[in-house]
Write a protein that binds this ligand. Structure first.
Ligand SMILES: Cc1cc2nc3c(=O)[nH]c(=O)nc-3n(C[C@H](O)[C@H](O)[C@H](O)COP(=O)(O)OP(=O)(O)OC[C@H]3O[C@@H](n4cnc5c(N)ncnc54)[C@H](O)[C@@H]3O)c2cc1C
Length: 453
């Protein structure tokens, strides 16, 4: 289903916003949506309307409906719930959500607030784990830590130092493995020069997790509408009026949970504040036991490497390698083909024994970064009936559900923005000359590629 013309503006090729489900491994292995979740039709009303049906919006809906008894509806542009980053990410539930070093965060916000932020990140991992357990979500949770792998010898020392800082400042447990030790418990590769393991972290099936959250929210009384792009947002008679292709929804309060898929010109307070960045994933066909042994593969933990232009990878249930990478500044199908070819080549360069293994799936989506280099959560100062949470810097599996829960508590008057860690409070500043955002990203990519070599 293609959407009707609107005034909304997007930064990338229209293919990135096509509401049809992406051809991901997750889509191929997740159940269908509940048929009760249908596009918004006709004129309706609710207390709280949520724009965006990913982890942020679904967690906010679940907690508003279940814990605070609020009448809430979710409007999701994609043809299925969890269509955005939440249904197509790498499934790494770990800490992060910032592109700021610990030293920089401490300089900007002080040590106490830095500690509060890291505590909230660790809490986020346990919060996601508890959501899975409490709501009986079958989402293939596995692994007991995040492996941070040195891609060159020099990076191993930096990783060890980082692990020591995590322990000393925040009490976060890490283990260190030399390249030889890591070969015994992790894997071998041309870009493996030792690793650290950071707990708490684990891996999951992102779309099954999103569906589980959606089912829990729905069972608690929230109404879910996939296929419902909000094309206009007006203030009318003290209420908000949201319009979709086939309906309207009046609400007293709004939660903006659109993250990297946010369209510009929906609400001017959000324009120019985010930079969506394309993250791409390939998965191989199932690997045989002999093929796994050829790279000494032993771990079911999620892994990232020390490149600035990050690689993230994991062995999925059924022994398919998943590898993810940032890159591409347009989102066009032709550039997608080039990205797929490059990543296929990289699989073979990093894991030579798998050079000729076929790639079964390729897909991509937006992660969301901002100038503050950390998440943004709060309430609009000039309209306190509007709440938001976005900008997880490619680390939303732990951060977005936690943020949704915090927003629900703010909407219900149980907490206030000032109680959040200062690192994530309020809106980020606008990018200077926002039309140039993809050019800034191109410059950053060139710089990172230079640093990674
Ligand atoms: C390829 C990829 C890999 C990633 N890997 C990881 C990982 O391994 N670990 C990790 O922690 N994070 C990862 N991330 C990031 C993570 O997926 C996100 O941070 C998280 O899912 C954000 O959740 P969200 O609900 O805020 O946003 P999303 O899940 O993106 O949901 C926002 C939704 O808003 C909807 N929307 C936007 N505008 C409108 C509108 N006008 N009307 C109606 N609906 C609208 C969109 O359709 C979208 O579904 C990855 C992201 C990508 C793309």
């Amino acid at each position: 289903m293609m959407h009707a013309m609107t005034n909304l503006r997007t930064l990338y090729h229209p293919a990135m916003y096509d509401p049809a489900p992406v051809p991901s491994y997750w889509e191929a292995t997740a159940p269908a949506d509940d048929p009760a979740w249908t596009p918004l039709e006709g004129d309706g009303s609710c207390d709280v309307a949520i724009i965006g049906g990913g982890y942020t919006g679904l967690s906010a809906a679940l907690h508003l409906a279940r814990d605070h008894g609020v009448d809430v509806a979710v409007l999701e542009a994609g043809d299925r719930i969890g269509w955005g980053a939440s249904g197509r990410n790498g499934g790494f539930c770990c800490m992060g959500a910032t592109k700021m070093s610990i030293a920089e965060m401490t300089r900007r916000h002080g040590l106490d607030e830095t500690k509060r932020y890291y505590a909230s990140q660790a809490e986020g991992v346990e919060f996601t784990r508890a959501l899975i357990a409490d709501n009986h979500i079958d989402c293939d949770a596995r692994g007991d830590g995040l492996m941070d792998v040195a891609h060159r010898p020099r990076a191993f020392g930096e990783l060890k130092e980082y692990g020591e800082t995590l322990g000393k400042l925040f009490g976060i447990e890490t283990s260190v493995y030399s390249a030889e030790e890591f070969r015994e418990i992790g894997h071998d590769s041309t870009e493996q020069f030792g690793a650290i393991k950071v707990s708490p972290s684990f891996a999951l099936h992102p779309l099954k997790f999103a569906q589980g959250l959606a089912r829990a929210a729905s069972a608690a009384g929230a109404t879910l509408h996939p296929g419902s792009l909000v094309t206009s947002w007006l203030r009318e008679g003290g209420q908000h009026l949201l319009t979709t292709e086939r309906g309207t929804l009046r609400a007293k309060r709004i939660i903006v949970a659109a993250n990297g898929f946010l369209r510009e010109r929906l609400h001017r307070d959000f324009d120019g504040r985010i930079l969506p960045v394309i993250s791409n994933i390939v998965t191989t066909r199932p690997l045989t036991d002999d093929e796994l042994a050829a790279q000494s593969w032993k771990t079911d933990c999620p892994l990232i490497n020390s490149r600035k232009l990050l690689f993230y990878y994991a062995m999925l249930p059924g022994n398919r390698l998943m590898l993810g990478a940032r890159g591409d500044l347009t989102g066009s199908p032709a550039d997608g083909d080039r990205m797929r070819a490059w990543m296929t080549r990289r699989v073979g360069e990093v894991f030579p024994a798998w050079r000729d293994v076929e790639i079964d799936h390729f897909w991509r989506g937006f992660v969301c970064i901002s100038q503050r280099l950390a998440p943004s959560v709060g309430q609009l100062p000039d309209d306190p009936s509007v709440f938001y949470g976005f900008g997880y810097h490619a680390n939303g599996v732990n951060t977005a559900p936690w943020t949704g829960m915090k927003i629900a508590a703010m909407v219900a008057g149980k907490t206030v923005e000032a109680d959040l860690p200062a690192v994530m409070r309020g809106l980020p500043t606008r990018f200077p000359f926002p039309a140039l955002r993809r050019k800034y990203l191109g410059a950053a990519y060139r710089w990172y590629a230079f640093k990674d070599d």
